[in-house]
Write a new protein. Sequence first.
Length: 178
Amino acid sequence: MKNHQSACFFLVFLTGAMLYGVNALRNSTAAARELAVQTLADAETAEQEAQLAEIQLKALDAKTADLRVVYTEWKPHFESCRSPQDAEQRIAEAIRETDVFLISQKFEAKEVDRGAAISDALVADLVVEDDYSKALNWLGRLEESIPNSRITKCQIERGDRGNDIHLVVQLQIPILKS
């Protein structure tokens, strides 16, 4: 009887261990299934967010296309004046090319807007006295050679001799931060 009881006890124990194992396996399978469903839902949500972000990017891209074109056109002009010395050099070249009679020139670096990408500017005060057409053509070529400049003051008066004019120009050239 002892063998019979041992065998029964062993079978009951084996059946209990099998039930416990099956239950543990079923629980882990259910947990894995829930995790798979949650992961699938998260993946679908992430995919929808990615599609939404892509649509927003395309909309922003379409909205800013003209602005980016203008930016790429103007960027070289602003990059050519990284320091006040570069801007002074550009003005000196414009004066040398047209050979106008420059009475005086004064350069001063000023802070225009603190914290902006273009916070500094070179302010050039130029006084020219020369032939009317030569001086005005020089002013036009100056604007053409330094297109990112801004004329903040321009006074034209009669010169000392016949067809001469006295031209007082204040020019502001933005200096791009490095």
